[in-house]
Design a protein around this ligand. Structure first.
Ligand code: HEC
Ligand code: HEC
Length: 246
């Protein structure tokens, strides 16, 4: 019957109208927005490694049409953002906060964040952040031999060597005191060919395991958790021995 067709047409018309009314972003033919940041670059300057740093970027929709901020994308899981992902009318201001977790990072760090938009003249806007990471100040050393037993010291001086072998292990847990490649630092050189010729493996193993608490050498097996495994100990002795053959 004619009225069925008519009713369907009216329903379609209403549905179409309400779809129009609910569309917040104007049709692509209309004016577009322009996301304009006061500054799209931020330098944090010097930052202590491990700090969580935040910066808020301010922006304005400098275009003639409304734009929609949809989402952001960053180059690592350590960089996250917070903003109101919604429509911004012409002239409307907003802010986007970027948080960077610097744990496990060293040196100059550069991070970028892409902001994805709809109905803007440029639908991707990029933000850049930089920081120069420096190690935290060293805690006061009262007793060198506590480096592997004191909870304040062991994350760096013992746990950093978990799962490592040979040269890598040495440079994580011995080099702070005995120097790079055994050259000596606060504690004696271990790459001294003459000295190496006069000590046997059993001695090296014993000193490394038990330490020499009275002289400031921390233990690496006895009374220490996690200990160096037998395999790790062998790899250390082999590495130290390699200096005696040069
Ligand atoms: C955040 C990591 C970290 C912590 C925590 C830490 N150290 Fe160190 N330590 C290092 C590094 C790295 C070095 C190498 C020298 C340097 O660059 O400062 C070092 C060097 C040393 C040295 C050799 C330099 C010297 O003064 O003779 C000793 C001894 C030492 N640490 C003992 C300790 C003791 C004891 C503690 C706990 C109270 C401790 N460390 C806590 C990272 C750490
Ligand atoms: C916190 C500082 C520190 C760390 C870390 C350290 N040592 Fe020592 N070590 C010393 C000190 C101090 C002595 C005593 C001799 C001296 O003053 O040079 C010593 C002595 C030794 C000796 C005996 C030297 C001798 O002639 O009696 C050996 C071998 C040795 N360390 C090996 C190691 C190895 C291997 C590691 C890593 C697993 C290590 N040390 C980590 C401070 C350290």
């Amino acid at each position: 019957m004619w009225w069925r067709g008519f009713r369907a047409a009216v329903l379609l018309l209403i549905a179409g109208l309400s779809a129009c009314l609910h569309t917040t972003v104007p049709s692509p033919a209309g004016p577009k927005g322009i996301l304009s940041f006061t500054n799209s670059f931020h330098d944090f300057g010097q930052v202590t490694e491990g700090d969580i740093i935040k910066h808020t970027f301010e922006f304005t929709n400098a275009g003639k049409g409304s734009l929609r901020m949809v989402r952001t994308e960053s180059d690592c899981g350590c960089t996250t953002t917070e903003a109101a992902f919604r429509e911004y009318a012409p002239g409307e201001r907003g802010a986007l906060e970027v948080t960077i977790d610097t744990r496990g990072k060293h040196g100059i760090t550069v991070k970028s964040v892409k902001v994805f938009l709809e109905n803007a003249e440029e639908n991707i806007v990029e933000l850049t952040l930089t920081a120069r990471l420096v190690p935290p100040p060293h805690p006061k050393v009262e007793n060198r031999a506590h480096a592997t037993t004191d909870v304040k010291c062991r994350t760096c001086h013992l746990e950093s060597g978990v799962g490592m072998q040979g040269a890598f292990l040495y440079h994580r847990v011995c080099a702070q005191c005995h120097g790079r490649k055994g050259a000596g630092a606060g504690a004696r050189a271990l790459n001294d060919v003459q000295w190496l010729g006069g000590v046997d493996d059993a001695f090296l193993r014993e000193v490394t395991a038990k330490g020499q608490p009275e002289k400031g050498m921390p233990p690496f097996v006895e009374g220490v958790t996690p200990p160096l495994t037998g395999e790790q100990m062998d790899s250390l002795i082999e590495y130290i021995r390699s200096w005696g053959k040069q």
